[in-house]
Design a protein around this ligand. Sequence first.
Ligand SMILES: Cc1cc2nc3c(=O)[nH]c(=O)nc-3n(C[C@H](O)[C@H](O)[C@H](O)COP(=O)(O)OP(=O)(O)OC[C@H]3O[C@@H](n4cnc5c(N)ncnc54)[C@H](O)[C@@H]3O)c2cc1C
Length: 274
Amino acid sequence: MSVALRAAASPREACRHIARRDARLIAGGTLVMNEINNRETVTASLVDLASLRLRSIKIANSRVTLGAMTSMADIAAHPKLKFLKPVVTAIGGPAVRNMATVGGNLHAEAPYGDLGVALLALDARVTLETARQRKTMRLEDFYAQHRKLGAYLVTAVNFALPGANRFFFTKAIRRKPVSASVVAVAAHLPRKGKRLAGPRIALGAMAPHPIRAKAAETALDGKALDETTIAAAASAATEGSAPASDPYASAWYRREIAPVYLARLLAQAAGQKS
Ligand SMILES: Cc1cc2nc3c(=O)[nH]c(=O)nc-3n(C[C@H](O)[C@H](O)[C@H](O)COP(=O)(O)OP(=O)(O)OC[C@H]3O[C@@H](n4cnc5c(N)ncnc54)[C@H](O)[C@@H]3O)c2cc1C
């Protein structure tokens, strides 16, 4: 079956296309083209976002705004986003990273979606447009609601720059140097003196989309990072998670390994200067 490719002239036009027709948005195409080529998706047309001016990285007043068409390679190359380099360089090989976009990553189902895990720990906001309105919502709410939003287009995400040595990321994989996540863990660990103040921990591949490990956050909040608090957070890590079994790992293995990777990440954070 042939698939028509249309260039969107504006976010609204892209929304109108996908609202009215049998159409899908295509950003970098690393996921959507696989689906079409493997006949997992049948669509009459693709609406290409490349002509929209959504490929940008802006930093102002300590807030970062990433346009939805910004690639993983763009983020890896930005001198002020070094804290995200371990996240984006763990996504596919160089060819995938040149194509893969921020907006696409927010729609990647587990075990993908690693940048979304980092953005969830950073309490990012998502700006999206529908044919009628523009709105901004917390990434957490976006993950919970986006299937009910109808035709929409993500235009940007934004978040506050974390302090030095306050953001951490790790990912368990089965095949080096890069592979889909067995589990991905991101932690944003602001401190007041020696105590953590409002820690945020996010997990990837532990549910259909990235989730917060809220019980682990509670175990850490207001406490110093030491062996006891790290053990308490690790033992609470998988509360509320619902991992799937796939060719990378079983759900059982994911539940076993997530606390181990969280404990290692927190031990790494504890070793950093405050
Ligand atoms: C070999 C390989 C390895 C990979 N490894 C990883 C990995 O390790 N970690 C990881 O996280 N991902 C991985 N991926 C998945 C993928 O490359 C990334 O998640 C990527 O960020 C998806 O972005 P894209 O622009 O290519 O999405 P596309 O394929 O263009 O789109 C994906 C979905 O998102 C929708 N979409 C895209 N942009 C928008 C937007 N702005 N607004 C609304 N909807 C939108 C599309 O309609 C589609 O449904 C891998 C993919 C491949 C092929």
